[in-house]
Write a protein that binds this ligand. Structure first.
Ligand code: GLN
Length: 195
């Protein structure tokens, strides 16, 4: 059934190959998105982790900002880490972003690279629910400062920090599900693509 759907992964910079591997594991057809025409024929888009300033500048210079916003009007989009920053309506410093989701983010909220960490996250919307925590891999990750309706928090660290949100067909995770062995976030995104 997944064979009929195609998901694009923005492939300008960052951890896009890892998402492609996960989608292939699920038997989902996928393609790399570098130019506006690459958005044709795809049913969902993943914006990977990397450096949000670099990805944003490249998106602007490849004339991808408006085409991705139009794509997101009708289709599922998921941003991981830097991708979450690019989806946010509010970030502290000016940088080119898509400004889609009703969320405010703080970049590098957990310190420097050396402070990267892993934490198990209870996520009710995933298969298995809170009883089966998801391995969250955080690498110079942002955090959610504010999540306003219709956006909703779907995952928090044990200290209460919000680290994933959903708004209609848009998903944002501060961590990297493509770097863990757990496929459930990719499965969850595929449900959004299908709906
Ligand atoms: N620190 C990066 C940024 O601010 C995000 C890091 C990541 O995607 N792993 O863009």
């Amino acid at each position: 059934m997944e064979g009929t759907l195609k998901v694009g992964v923005l492939a300008l910079q960052g951890a896009f190959i890892e998402h492609i591997h996960k989608l292939r594991e699920l038997g989902v057809q996928c393609g790399e998105v570098r130019l506006p025409q690459d958005l044709q024929g795809i049913d969902g888009l993943i914006i990977p982790g990397g450096e949000s300033t670099t990805i944003g500048k490249l998106m602007a210079s490849f004339d991808l900002m408006e085409p991705i916003r139009r794509f997101a009007d009708r289709n599922a989009v998921w941003g991981t880490c830097a991708g979450m920053i690019l989806l946010a309506k509010r970030i502290e410093q000016g940088q080119p972003v898509l400004s889609l989701m009703n969320i405010a983010v703080e970049r590098n909220a957990f310190g420097r690279q050396i402070d990267s960490f892993e934490e198990s996250l209870p996520v009710a919307v995933l298969q298995g629910g809170e009883a089966c925590p998801f391995p969250g891999v955080f690498i110079r990750a942002p955090r959610l400062l504010e999540v306003s309706s219709p956006a909703q928090v779907i995952a928090r660290l044990a200290d209460g920090t919000a680290v994933a949100a959903v708004e209609g067909k848009w998903l944002a995770t501060a961590f990297h599900p493509e770097l863990s062995r757990d496929l459930r976030f990719h499965q969850y995104f595929m449900e959004m693509v299908r709906s």
